[in-house]
Write a new protein. Sequence first.
Lengths: 351, 105
Amino acid sequence: MTGGALHSAILRRASVLVPASQRADWLAEWRGELWHVQRGAHGVNVTMFCLGAFRDAFWLWRDGSYPDGDWLFAESPARCLAWLAALGAVCFAVSLLLPAARTVLLGSLYPRDLVMLTPEGADGAEMTNGFIAPHPSVSREQFESMKAYGGGEFSGLTFYVPAPHGTKGFAVGRLRHDSMGKSPFHFVRLADRSLGLLGVVPATFLFACILLRIMTTGFRAGHLGRIGPRRGLFLGAKALLVLTIVMFGSLDLGSLGGGVSPLFLDIAFFGSLLGARWMVADQRRRCPVCLRLLVNPVRIGETSRILLEWHGTELMCLRGHGMLYVPEWPAIWSGRQRWMGLGSSWGGLFL
Amino acid sequence: MAAEVKLSHTAAMVLKAIDAGRVYGFGVMEVTGLPSGTVYPAMRRLERDGLIRSRWEKQSIADKEQRPVRKYYALTASGRATVEAAEKRYPLLARLIPAPVGEEA
């Protein structure tokens, strides 16, 4: 592919992002500019020039799609919390719809003293990840033996065979006492609640936050270190909602197969990591005064000139409270992002 | 014009460059040293905020020179007022962006 064809292809690809109503004009403008860049002895990298079209197209896409730039990107803190709460509610609703997840949340319909008996060594009623995974494992002879040995321990001991001509089934009865003496068979309570399983998630989330704190400078970097009461409350509310989403979301994903998969804990862990990471990143991109998302990112400087000038991205608060400088290439004098508050004397620039 | 105009230093540079006679995007890039991915979105935003306006040059001019048509930009009255405010706020702006030819004196 020749240089000209490559540059033309870049512009065409970028134009896909531009709203259809503006695409023809946009492409014509970039092609007109490209013609001059290609023919001028300006020392400009033509390919880099064309790649800049993607940022321009993305800006138009975002600006054109969301004129107020607000509703989808949750710029206001209240809207951000509303989005998180809505997502948490959806995850909770899905949990109620999935049978396995519902069992975890609401517990079993069986009475507390209802138990299922299994002969020693049989794996038919082992608890799997906090849940009973029953398989018919008791033969009629074993059931008779259970009745003989455990008659005093259980009431209403019954044998169920799930298949019409099956040889093995389930032995179910009601426990007379809370515990049972030495016997040659085990029992599991059918009413075991597994809410304890969900209790692992907050611990996982806390662990993810600590891990993130140790491995990155995320919590300390820049203006996030100065947490006022309002910022603290917002961060706390966000953490609670993210935790809710991770908790129910991982339960939903782990319950898709019918029972709660052992992958539930893995999903919860990675979900916690992602959630905590997003939480910190979102907090870092908010104005410390009004808590709205900082917008209009503009790239300033070049990496090759880092010794001469600042190089990174500048974001600003829509309400004129200040600007955030995020270094792209950390240097000794600009290793962290920096917040510059603008006083009322700057009002002239925010007409 | 928008009730509230948000003008960063970069946007002020772009606005000043247009005021200085750099009426094309590439010309603004040349004088400010900013990359295309910064200049063009900044100009879109300035145009959206009513500080500059764009216009296509006549097709006949482009045809005569056997090249594609270009879009050029000019300051609006609001844009001119904003440049003046920005120059007060950023004293180095006038030095960074040379004045239009014939206006140095």
